[in-house]
Write a protein that binds this ligand. Sequence first.
Ligand code: ADP
Ligand code: MG
Length: 727
Amino acid sequence: MSKLRFIALEQAASRSIIDVEPPSKRVSDYYGINVFGDEAMKRYLSSDMYKKLKAYVQKGENLDEALADAVAAAMKTWALERGVTHYTHWFQPLTGATAEKHDAFLEPAENGKVIEKFKGSALIKQEPDASSFPSGGIRNTFEARGYTAWDPTSPAFIIENGSSKTLCIPTVFVAYTGEALDYKTPLLKSLALLDKAATAVCEYFDKDVAHVYATLGVEQEYFLIDRALYLARPDLVMAGRTLFGHAPAKGQQLEDHYFGSIPSRVRAFMQDLEIEAYKLGIPLRTRHNEVAPSQFECAPVFEEMNLANDHNQLLMDIMDKVAERHNFKVLLHEKPFAGINGSGKHSNWSLITDTGVNLLQPTTKAKENLQFLTFFVNIIKAVHDHADLLRASIASAGNDFRLGANEAPPAIMSVFIGQQLTEVLDELEHNGNIKIDKGDNMYMKLGIDKIPPILLDNTDRNRTSPFAFTGNKFEFRAVGASANCASALTVLNTIVADQLKKFKIEVDAQIEAGKKKEVAIVDVLREYIKQSKNIRFEGNGYSEEWVEEAARRGLSNIKTTPHALEAYLSKKSRQVLVGNGIFSEVELEARVDVMLHTYAQRIQIESRALGNFARNQIIPAALEYQNKLIDNAKGLKELGLQEEADNLKDLIQEISHHIKVIKTKVDEMIEARKEANKLDTHHRAIAYCEKVKPFFDIIRYHIDKLELVIPDDMWPFPKYRELLFVK
Ligand code: ADP
Ligand code: MG
């Protein structure tokens, strides 16, 4: 056995449980202590400045120098009292990870001393030397002048790492020429757009509504692997997923892991993670085992979307750090193990008014239900009209391995709404002349008043749908576990906002023409129900029949990222994204360029890694065993045991065959890479997808066959069964 595998197994078997004590028995005692939230603002700002800050955040009123200086001074005092030495602008570049560059508060003073300093200007804007972040060619790297700018709608927080503490200020990241280079900027733009469009529609129903906010609750799935075993698997280290490994005798077929009792070591990790999350004001609520062995999930209580997304980004970061303390490695890859469930980031999405009404919550009140139906049907219409764009928004190399695999939603976009709502929409569609008898009674006939109690029942759920209505929210399940879900949500917010704008125009025109408001609304909705019917699917999304049925309906099934991304640049997508000011043409093209480039790079890394392990570790291990067999066969022959020697010959030949195919295919794969590298970004991505990636499965097949033949103690890497069954 390779020394590394041996040591790793020994270490993994002898781990102890590291229970971390929370700062206090009651979570409410320490919840949010590391956040410069409302309470801290009140305490550290004068009441005048506090009011000014609130006005700035809520109404977009002016941020003058005096206010910026006051907030910076308050943040500094608050942070210094907590032992913070550095501050950083925290942002979300297109790499997908969060970025920070720490500056000390330190400023040289007279007489050789130093003072702690943090001015308003440093709070508002920074120019990190960020020339190596992806920009899709927008930013001339010689100039390297992208800047970060404070997002006052998401509170500053302190990150603790060992004894070091850093004040993090959420920011957007923008090129000097004004183009966004991050995920946050377009998300904020889409939220503002959606606010405006949804508020305008709410006016039909409730004139008191002044704002509509999108809410987000992210269910984060992940795998936990022992750190030593992880380090002994170079494919996990390089690619974040296994590139080979035969399925273990026991996988998830017994379905005994889902919601099963949580292993003690994992429980200790989760508890520690929750403590860290609570300090940062991340309201984690649920934790449980997922379907696959070693797969888990955590979910917070939903929040306003911008904050919720910052929290998810932060959570992924602290998961990694906390895991280290417990000798675990968190895998956020969408498909770390073949043949076993992948991981998603189910993004639960809804709309809430500033008067506190969830617009996707059906109620027993008829008037509110017309409002519910209005938003509900418009959302379905938006998904129908922009299914390809929505598919593009979740595209990544990792998610390609997950979508359409047996255990994940397919790459076909569809909407699940459940039986009751299907009946409601059917009735609305077919019942041609809804009468209005003094307001409310009309809607009663739709039968929707009976729905809420049924919807709260979990049985009417379809876990195979990429976009499912779950009682009072939509759950976008196709988002990948490692993604910054701002990418998907920016698109979702935008297409829904765009649809609501169109709806408003149509309804207004009919009212103008003399129709009663309610009739106009119902008439337009009825048309939408007809037009968007194709996107609704209530059956098993994992089945082969659905693939065929979807094809008959003319729905796209775009399986790979390079082709999925093309939808961003279609005329229709440009109209909705550029037309609504979410991206400029330049930004959109640059973004697609970055994503294509990232895709090709990831496949390139996997291909190189696979080639190296095959040549440097797998083939040598196979040869070693083969030599033993050859020696053995020779010995048998010497003893005159010809038949026994011949038997071994079969095995020797089998090994030779696998070695030969692996060697040839690795060589061919390298040639394919060379060809791919000559092409432009788009074609390179396609070539990596169609000419390089197919070798992975072939090479893997033969490696996995060798794993079955070669004696266990000669196999260089931890096997699936060793990685997957956490103690
Ligand atoms: P599931 O049965 O799908 O696992 P959960 O009750 O665990 O559902 O909720 C999943 C996520 O949905 C949680 O993060 C929860 O806060 C979130 N959620 C609930 N209501 C809303 C809402 N109105 N808007 C956004 N997210 C919501
Ligand atoms: Mg869910």
